[in-house]
Design a protein around this ligand. Structure first.
Ligand code: GAR
Length: 176
């Protein structure tokens, strides 16, 4: 069984979806957050999964120091750029979920970008993490419509339903 670490800064709904997924091909054994009050930590605590807060300078090095025995790193709402030495140590073993159809709307609050752009369609992407911002090789995408009366929040909610479906599927593919 592969050992998975999840990194997140927010509420952790994607982490929860991974926890509940069947036949993931790996086991989530560690959660790391850069935000001490993040919901993802509370969810990890409730699930009995080891969790840790890492903040401040040298973040990626200090995260890497905690990843002994980890096979795959999954970013789930992790709002930091992954840099060296973490990136090189886990080359092709870091995945991210992004709330748009990359290469459209990289960076922050992609759901706001889509609404402000007047897009008729958006979605989500699971991709490998490379040195760029949301530029790594795409593993899986799902599309959702953007409706005329959508707010950024209503669009994000629709995108998240698909995120929770495709992230487990992408991990299954990578680990099989
Ligand atoms: C998700 O929508 C994820 O795609 C996004 O943050 C949200 C986290 O939600 N990530 C990014 O925007 C990364 N650039 P969650 O904490 O409920 O999983």
């Amino acid at each position: 069984m592969k050992r998975i670490a999840v990194l997140g800064s927010g509420t952790g709904s994607n982490f929860q979806a991974l926890l509940e997924a069947e036949n993931l091909g790996g086991e989530i054994v560690l959660v790391i957050s850069d935000q001490s009050g993040a919901g993802i930590l509370e969810k990890a605590e409730r699930a009995g999964i080891a969790h840790d807060v890492v903040t401040g300078g040298g973040l990626c090095e200090r995260i890497l120091n905690r990843l002994d025995g980890i096979d795959l790193v999954c970013l789930a709402g992790f709002m930091r750029i992954v840099k060296e030495p973490l990136l090189g140590a886990f080359a092709d073993r870091i995945l991210n979920i992004h709330p748009s159809l990359l290469p459209k709307y990289p960076g922050k609050e992609a759901w706001v970008q889509a609404v402000e752009d007047g897009a008729s369609e958006s979605g989500c992407t699971v991709h490998y993490v490379d040195a760029g911002v949301d530029t790594g090789e795409v593993i899986l995408q799902a599309r959702v419509p953007v409706l005329p009366d959508d707010t950024p929040e209503s669009l994000h909610a629709r995108i998240q339903v698909e995120e929770h479906r495709i992230y487990p599927e992408a991990i299954r593919r990578v680990l099989s």
